[in-house]
Write a protein that binds this ligand. Sequence first.
Ligand code: ATP
Ligand code: MG
Length: 344
Amino acid sequence: MPNFKPLVFSGVQPTGNLHLGNYLGAIKKFVDLQKSHDCIYCVVDMHAITVPQDPAELRRNIREVTAAFIACGIDPVKHIVFNQSRVHEHAELAWIFNCVSRIGWLNRMTQFKEKAGKDRENASVGLYSYPNLMAADILVYRATHVPVGDDQKQHLELSRDIAQKFNNDFSASIDTLGLGPEFFPLPEPLIQGPATRVMSLRDGAKKMSKSDPSDYSRINLTDDADSIAQKIRKAKTDPEPLPSETAGLATRPEADNLVGIYAALTDMDKQGVLKEFAGSNFSTFKSALVDTAVEKLGPIGAEMQRLMQDTSYIDGVLADGGARAQTIAGPVMRSVKDILGFLR
Ligand code: ATP
Ligand code: MG
């Protein structure tokens, strides 16, 4: 494997209700990685339309995810922030990957099964081939590292399989053109820390999600202090006090979730949190969690609201980011066409 220049890529869908899981599982990591890496952060609007979207709502949500990125601390000048549909190379490479990826591989994807539900015949083809587009998003920049929540692990593995198969299938052509030995890196998932899978506040067995009909299941990044407090106080728990060791959380999913959230918000690990709260009941622990959540999320929500008023600034960020993204994606896509034998 040659040395690819380290580059971070990740995306968030503009599907509304950005929540604490998106923040702790993804966006907070995006912010941290800026110190050590060049980063590209994308508002993946083409993924959003794999399920029906209202155009006015979609426009608003694209701006809201952009505002969230910036409010959380992403620097769109030093790094790149843009919306996916602006850079047509994503769609072009996705088509090629539709022809590299295998139906058998996609059939194993659990996200499609969950999102399509019982009415699979009526799901969009886009929802099914979503992971091929995701592979294209990453590989059109030849990105090496991808920070995501645990739910995206399987898709990342598919991206690696696609990169590997492309490198193998076209190795002779890649070699002849002097573009090898490997043309694509095998992108590495970065899934670490105590909150890679934040669970619903109402049901410790379900992931916190944008689409849960109960607003009490999640903390939205735009929630005010009162809503955050109310949602945490109402969060499902059990009657036992907190244990002193993480092993004691193994059969207590709701407790485990709240401890993980507290740990991630305060940059501790779960054991450190338990050291502080062993033997405490939930009313004590929840009070501390409310204080911490309000302290960390309050300023983010306020800054998001402020940025959302300034659409010309947000739109400028996306236009500038798109143009800079294209200077990387364009040459990669031209090489891909040469490798395949397309005349251009
Ligand atoms: P949707 O229901 O529309 O898929 P989503 O909440 O899953 O919404 P995405 O835009 O698909 O949001 O994902 C953005 C990022 O947030 C991804 O890296 C994903 O892994 C991460 N993420 C989503 N939900 C959680 C969660 N509950 N805990 C940790 N990370 C999460
Ligand atoms: Mg998702």
